[in-house]
Design a protein around this ligand. Structure first.
Ligand SMILES: [Zn+2]
Length: 203
């Protein structure tokens, strides 16, 4: 299980007990301010009202099961871009692991984070057909989407703030594909595969 970590809300000062070692941004359960790990430790982003409207079978706090592993939906990020939006749900599994589940127009992709170190300048300057540097190797860019954080809920493993811009890049090399999301405070690398919505069982 995740270890709990003591954090005092930088806005109201109350100790937040819901954090885990993975938490890097979350809604304070006491004052509702969105707080995140910035360059000076925990910082306040403010209060946000979000129109997170599209119906989804995924909901914050809902418990389910995927490949015989039980999880709870711990957080959510809504990302918007030119052509619409998608959601990334942060699933906390009972076995102590966490994974992102991406939901885009009824298509679900389960992500597994990869421990890799992309060069931030290279990602921010990525162009389709060009190369980026990850772990000192060159990867081919197959897609680039410039997105904005439109909404946040629950607790998240990335320090992310509503309104912030994210560069989302898909890269390919050595026969594998990876996704990279680069924001102001954090960068994440993952591999993903499509799952059917029907594979998720709900309690
Ligand atoms: Zn607070």
């Amino acid at each position: 299980m995740a270890h709990s970590v003591s954090v005092s809300c930088p806005s109201c000062g109350v100790a937040i007990e819901e954090t885990t070692a993975h938490t890097r941004s979350m809604a304070c359960p006491h004052c509702s301010n969105w707080v995140y790990v910035g360059s000076n430790g925990w910082e306040v982003a403010g209060l946000f009202e979000h129109a997170i409207d599209a119906p989804s079978m995924l909901q914050l706090g809902r418990r389910g099961e995927l490949s015989d592993r039980r999880f709870v939906v711990a957080g959510r990020v809504r990302l918007s871009y030119d052509e619409g939006f998608w959601d990334e749900w942060w699933l906390e599994f009972e076995d102590g692991h966490h994974q992102w589940l991406e939901e885009d127009d009824g298509v679900y992709r389960l992500h597994k984070n990869v421990d890799a170190d992309p060069k931030v300048e290279s990602i921010n300057g990525a162009t389709v057909g060009g190369m980026v540097t990850v772990d000192a190797e060159s990867w081919l860019v197959t897609e680039r989407v410039d997105a904005q954080v439109a909404g946040v809920q629950g607790s998240l493993p990335v320090a992310i703030v509503p309104g912030e811009s994210l560069v989302c890049v898909d890269v390919m090399g050595k026969g594998i594909k990876m996704s990279i999301e680069s924001g102001d405070n954090d960068i994440q690398v993952s591999r993903s595969w499509v799952i059917r919505g029907a594979e998720i069982g709900w309690q």
